[in-house]
Design a protein around this ligand. Structure first.
Ligand SMILES: Cc1cc2nc3c(=O)[nH]c(=O)nc-3n(C[C@H](O)[C@H](O)[C@H](O)COP(=O)(O)O)c2cc1C
Length: 379
C-alpha cells in the first residue's frame, strides 16, 4: 500500500494537506469549485468582511521578475525571466457577506469531504466592532464552513484596528481570538503578520486567546521598484503608491524563519505554512519544521488562476517522496528538522575552536589604548 496523503489538522480530516490560501484563487464559488475538482484538499476563502471595500484604480497584483544574465529586477514583461515575487495591494473581498453566504453552503454541499475555511476580518476598536467578528463567524459556520481563519495580517489597512495592525498588538490578537472563540463551534486559525520583531510573542497571544492553529506568513510589507527611465514606481496610480505585500519565491526563506521560531516555541501546537510554495520540495520545508498543512497563493495565481498543475505536482511529489523514504503518513516526518535550528554559537567551529556567542565575559581583544593603560599600570 502506498503512502497515505490524508492528514488530520485541528481535528479536521483533509484528503491531502494542501490548501489554496486566502487570495484571488479563492475569490469566488466558481474558482473554489474548480480548485476542489483539481484536487486541493482545502481552500481558505478570500477574506470576508463587513466594511465597504473599494480597490485601487489599476492592477492589484503584479509579478517581479529577475534575469539569469543581469541583476535587473523588474515587473516589466520580458522573455527569459524567472519569477522573483508577487507584489499586491489588493484589499479583502469586495463582495459583501450576503453574496458569500449562500455560496459557502453550495460549495460545502457539492464537496462535503473537502475542507472549506472561511477567512474573516473586522475591526477591534470597539465592542460593536468585536461583535462584527462574532457575526461573521456565526454566519460562515452556519453555512458549513469547517474552520475560520482570522485575518490579523492584511498589510494594506489604513485603520489602526484592522488587519496587520491588530497582528502587531498582542493584546488585540488575544481579544479578537477570544471573542471569536466565544461563538465558534469550529476550529479557529489565526493568520499572523510577518512584520513584527518576534512573531513568537504574537503567536502566544493568539494561543492565549484560544486559537487552534497559526497560519503564517501573509505577505511581507514592500514597495514596487522605481523605473530608472520614468522615475515612476513600476506600479502606481497617478504616480502614487502605498505599502503593499510581497509573496512568492522570494519570501520562502523569510517565511521559514518565522515558522521555525514558532514551531520551536510551541512544538505541540498546530501550524499552517504559507509563503513561496510552488512545488512539493517547498512544502516539505514547512512540514519538516512542524507544519501540518501548507497553503499556496502566488504559484496558483500564475497557473490557470487556481493552480491545477501546482496541486498535481504537490500530490505527486508528496507521494513519490513518501514512498521513496518509506514514510506512511505526514506524521512520520512532520517536525523532523525543527530542532536543527539552533543558536549561532552551537554551530561547530573549524579546528575545535570555541565560540560562546560573543559575550563580554569571554574577554575582548586588547586595543592599543587598553594595552598602553595596562603597561602604564604595571610600570
Ligand atoms: C493578490 C493577493 C491577495 C491576497 N489577499 C489576501 C486576503 O484577502 N486575505 C489573506 O489572509 N491573505 C491574502 N493574501 C496573502 C496570501 O494568502 C498569502 O499569505 C501570501 O501571498 C503568501 O503566499 P505565496 O507566497 O504563496 O503567495 C493575498 C495575496 C495576494 C498575492
Amino acid at each position: 500500500m502506498g503512502a497515505q496523503l490524508a492528514v488530520t489538522f485541528t481535528g479536521l480530516r483533509f484528503e491531502n494537506p494542501f490548501l489554496l490560501a486566502s487570495a484571488p484563487p479563492t475569490e469566488s464559488d466558481s474558482n473554489i469549485m474548480r480548485a476542489f475538482d483539481a484536487g486541493w484538499g482545502g481552500v481558505v476563502t478570500k477574506t470576508i468582511g463587513l466594511h465597504p471595500v473599494v480597490n485601487v484604480d489599476g492592477p492589484k497584483t503584479k509579478f517581479l521578475r529577475s534575469m539569469p544574465d543581469s541583476p535587473t529586477l523588474s515587473m516589466k514583461k520580458r522573455p527569459g525571466t524567472a519569477l522573483h515575487s508577487s507584489w499586491n495591494w489588493e484589499l479583502i473581498s469586495d463582495k459583501p457577506l450576503d453574496w458569500w453566504i449562500p455560496k459557502l453552503g453550495r460549495i460545502k454541499a457539492a464537496f462535503p469531504n473537502r475542507i472549506l475555511v472561511a477567512s474573516i476580518m473586522a475591526g477591534s476598536g470597539s465592542d460593536d466592532e468585536l461583535r462584527n467578528w462574532q457575526h461573521l463567524a456565526r454566519a460562515c459556520q452556519d453555512e458549513g464552513a469547517d474552520a475560520l481563519e482570522l485575518n490579523l495580517s492584511c498589510p494594506h489597512m489604513d485603520r489602526k484596528d484592522m488587519g496587520s495592525n491588530i497582528g502587531k498588538d498582542t493584546e488585540q490578537i488575544s481579544i479578537v481570538t477570544h471573542v471569536v472563540k466565544e461563538v465558534a463551534r469550529v476550529p479557529i486559525w489565526a493568520k499572523l503578520t510577518p512584520s513584527t520583531t518576534d512573531i513568537v510573542v504574537e503567536a502566544r497571544g493568539a494561543f492565549l486567546g484560544g486559537a487552534d492553529a497559526i497560519t503564517s506568513s501573509n505577505t511581507f510589507p514592500s514597495l514596487p521598484p522605481i523605473d530608472p527611465d520614468t522615475l515612476e514606481f513600476e506600479m502606481n496610480v497617478d504616480g502614487y503608491v502605498s505599502s503593499g505585500g510581497m509573496g512568492g519565491p522570494a519570501i520562502l526563506p523569510m517565511s521559514l524563519a518565522k515558522m521555525a521560531q514558532m514551531t520551536q516555541a510551541f512544538p505541540d501546537k498546530s501550524f499552517s505554512g504559507i509563503g513561496g510554495i510552488a512545488e512539493f520540495s517547498h512544502a516539505l520545508n514547512y512540514f519538516l519544521l512542524g507544519c501540518g498543512t501548507a497553503q499556496v497563493c502566488t504559484a496558483a495565481m500564475l497557473d490557470h488562476a487556481i493552480g491545477p498543475n501546482v496541486i498535481k505536482q504537490l500530490l505527486a511529489g508528496m507521494q513519490q517522496t513518501m514512498d521513496a523514504r518509506g514514510w506512511a503518513t505526514l506524521e512520520d516526518f512532520r517536525g523532523m528538522r525543527r530542532d536543527r535550528v539552533v543558536a549561532h554559537s552551537q554551530i561547530r567551529r573549524p579546528d575545535s575552536k570555541a565560540y560562546h556567542g560573543g559575550y563580554e565575559t569571554e574577554g575582548y581583544a586588547a586595543t592599543a589604548a587598553s594595552a598602553e593603560a595596562i603597561s602604564n599600570r604595571q610600570a
